[in-house]
Ligand binder design. Structure first.
Ligand SMILES: O=C([C@H](O)CO)[C@H](O)[C@H](O)COP(=O)(O)O
Length: 215
């Protein structure tokens, strides 16, 4: 099995805390995600800062674009994003716009299936348009209501779409093995790292667990 990537979700609103957290966990993660609240609060300057500090990491900007796909995402790809997210619920025209912007910059597009009713259909159509990553995502509010991403992950993995699958939504040490075995290629972790007494230690543990599960 190819080594799954670990994506650190940077969800603080504070610019300096975000950069400091990225510094701490950098040895253990592959992708830095600038989370949606964080990118809305800090904007494109944070993309430029992380791009400059971490030239060897992948940088995902969690725009969750809902309209004006090419126009909105284009600026973030130009600033150094490797991946931007677009909402599946936005519709195919917006998704196609983000994909067009990504291609212009040699970058990638992730479809976020959050709150999509027919996830299989949305994933299939998005992949046909050229999306490289399908994101299974139980958002923070849905997590608070007791939901998890595991059933959706199994359903989407079974489709055999031939693209990478990302999973997000409360993933922690206890659930890493389950999501790797279910077929996730990108494991997104936020609170289990940034909420730990030692984020670096938590990230190191998750790295070990992901690598062990992938053998
Ligand atoms: O995408 C996220 C959320 O919707 C806010 O933007 C989180 O970054 C994602 O859910 C990962 O965080 P955890 O669920 O805390 O692992």
């Amino acid at each position: 099995m190819a080594r799954p990537l670990i994506q650190m979700a940077l969800d603080s609103l504070d610019f300096n805390q975000t950069v400091a957290l990225a510094d701490q966990v950098a040895p253990y993660v592959d992708i830095f995600e600038i989370g949606t609240p964080c990118i809305k609060y800090n904007g494109i300057n944070l993309v430029k800062e992380l791009r400059q500090r971490f030239p060897d990491k992948l940088l995902l900007v969690d725009l969750k674009t809902m309209d004006a796909g090419e126009y909105e995402a284009g600026a973030f790809y130009a600033a150094g994003a490797d991946i931007c997210t677009v909402l599946g619920v936005s519709g195919l025209a917006t998704i196609a716009g983000v994909i067009k912007a990504a291609k212009k910059h040699g970058a990638e597009t992730q479809i976020d299936l959050i709150n999509v009713a027919d996830k299989a259909d949305c994933a299939r159509e998005s992949v046909k348009l050229g999306a490289q990553i399908v994101g299974i995502h139980t958002g923070l509010d849905a997590q608070a209501a007791g939901h998890t991403p595991f059933t959706d992950l199994n359903d989407i993995a079974r489709l055999g779409l031939g693209v990478r699958i990302s999973v997000a939504g409360g993933i922690k040490q206890a659930t890493v093995q389950q999501v790797v075995e279910a077929g996730a290629n990108i494991i997104v972790v936020g609170a289990a790292i940034y909420g730990a007494p030692s984020p670096a230690e938590s990230a190191r543990e998750i790295r070990e667990l992901v690598d062990a599960a992938a053998v």
